[in-house]
Design a binder for this molecule. Sequence first.
Ligand SMILES: Nc1ncnc2c1ncn2[C@@H]1O[C@H](COP(=O)(O)OP(=O)(O)OP(=O)(O)O)[C@@H](O)[C@H]1O
Ligand SMILES: O=C(CO)[C@H](O)[C@H](O)COP(=O)(O)O
Length: 313
Amino acid sequence: MSTRPIILGIVGDSAAGKTTLTRGIAQILGEEDVTVICTDDYHRYDRKQRAEKGISALHPDCNYLDIMQQHLNQLRTGQPILKPIYNHDNGMLETPEYIKPTKFVIIEGLLGYATRACQDCFDVKVFLAPPESLRTQWKVKRDTAKRGYTTEEVLEQLRKRESDSEEFIRPQRQWTDIVVSFYPSAEQIHGNDLMLNVRLVLRPTIPHPNFTRILDPSKSHLSSAIRLELDRDMGKPVDVLEVDGHATSEQVKELERILCNDIPYLGKFCSLEGNQDIGKIIGTTGETLQSYPLALTQLLITYHMLKAARIYQ
Ligand SMILES: Nc1ncnc2c1ncn2[C@@H]1O[C@H](COP(=O)(O)OP(=O)(O)OP(=O)(O)O)[C@@H](O)[C@H]1O
Ligand SMILES: O=C(CO)[C@H](O)[C@H](O)COP(=O)(O)O
């Protein structure tokens, strides 16, 4: 087993689903073993100062990336940090807190892979990239319910930040091991979040489970909901695994078998062993989310964390 903390990055634009995904993975790894850090805490300016300066929270200059980088290095070697705090309720920076890393550390936020030195601190790097229309829906819902904004304010904020999203957030996708995109199928006109499909871009930067087994002719019954294809992402060849929201329990079990074959420990979090809670998590607005694509995404990322920790091998 690794003697230093294993570090997972979950990066993506605002309301891309980072906190929601993080919660599910922490549940599987065991919450007492997981330290979660949101890099919004490294904002350089409070909300009022950002408005005065006309700078968005997405801009690297609006964040203490040097402190974040130093803290990532410390966490990677198991050292504690004195982490700043940004309070989303009132938009203020608060007194820092002392954080001692546990077995697993999840770093979620906007600019985790902004520099090469930061990228090198992670064992597993995930990027969340829902279609922009879905992210807008999620951001409006979350920011009106939890952060005290009106719909018009959220839409205006998204418009103002678009150029920074394009310049600083989206390019980070290229440095990652897995790109996760939940998306509604063509038939889903009214976008039921529980039926979203997932597209997982798997770069050959870490060894993924052997999904080629699903291409076996004897497994042709999988293809109506589960597909493995070769594609390109930002110009580079990648494997792409897609799981549809309408996948049946039997189809999902085939994928679970592939994951559990390498790491039997994952079995207790699978429908394979009758777990009813698979893929069920509380979203950041308090709603319960449960879907197979979400569950399989959590299991795959957890698989990589356990592999990196050399546990259950
Ligand atoms: N996989 C998902 N399926 C359905 N809904 C989701 C999913 N992920 C996120 N959401 C919805 O989107 C909202 C925003 O997600 P979340 O708070 O996780 O985003 P975030 O990336 O952590 O945002 P921020 O960086 O701005 O804090 C959630 O409240 C939830 O309603
Ligand atoms: O993109 C964001 C990440 O959550 C926030 O908008 C950013 O942290 C600024 O916060 P606020 O909206 O509270 O001013």
